[in-house]
Ligand binder design. Sequence first.
Ligand code: GAL
Length: 367
Amino acid sequence: MKYMQKVFMTVFVMLVAVGTVFANGGGESQSGRGKGLIGVVMPTRSEERWIKDGNAVKEGLEKLGYTVDLQYSDDDIPTQSRQIDDMITKGVKVLVIASIDGSALSNQLANAAAAKIPVISYDRLLMQSRNVDYYVSFDNYKVGGQMGDILITGLKLAQATAAKPVIVELFAGSPDDNNSVGFYQGAMDKLQPYFDKGVLQVPSGQINRAVIGTLRWDAAEAQKRMENLLSAYYSGDVVLNGILSPYDPISLACLEACKAVGYGSTSGKPLPIVGGQDCIVASVKSILAGEQYATVLKDTRALGAATVTLVDTLMQGKTPTGLDTTSYNNGAKIVPSLLLDSVIVTKDNVQSAVIDTGYHTKAELGL
Ligand code: GAL
């Protein structure tokens, strides 16, 4: 009898243990049931776009029957590394990673490869590792070109002459994010002819990407730099006409710095022409209010949908087709890429590009 009781207890304990594993699976929505567990890591929850990205990927995958472990890394590299390691331990079938520092995850990527987990580099290219299978993003060089075009149009550079040069300052993205390279290069290739002709001038002389970068895309850091530039180089009659900005929160921060020293008031110094990127709600509101001049809309829903299709293709054991196999070298290999199109948004097309497409609702924009 005692023996039977022992056997019964052992089996019971085992059943409870197995049940617990299936019930917990590690958190939120990770039961391990359905078509398989997919790991999705986004850099931060403190930026509007990554929340949209995370939601788009999660909802799309869940609709197809996958279970999603979606984690945000608080812009902290050790947190992101740990989250990826945890996902590998949990046995995710595919990893979708939007990195903080594109070069900081080589160990995690090696672990994923050893566990035969395909890795999709999301929006930001994972660098210096052969263990990156696909890249899904926008054509970042083209996005940079659009940032340049925004200044060319907004500052009417085609009509300007060296006799009355147009004055600008330049901002770039985070130095550890490979996208910053494409944005900067694309913009500078458009603007270079105007620098060469003397039509465009940068009073601070700060032009190199290394000097004008904004670590972690931090708007507060950009605002401080703008304030310093204004006080160091814009005394007297020198008026800033335009700012190259790679990201909406940086654009808004720079505009704040300009307002603080009288731009945009009745002082006769209009707010500088500033573009941006990501089409965040606050920037669209600013565009409608006639402050920020433009932004570049990269539809996170489209990026999410493309990623979902790619994950599903891989999960079906198929080979994705139609990828760009020349553009993105991460330093260790060319990563096959899916590159989407972006759209310039000014006051003139907010309705058609942003509202009619449902990217932001009228209510979100306070209309
Ligand atoms: C970049 C991304 C931009 C912007 C920025 C800051 O990698 O391509 O669209 O979101 O990060 O988060």
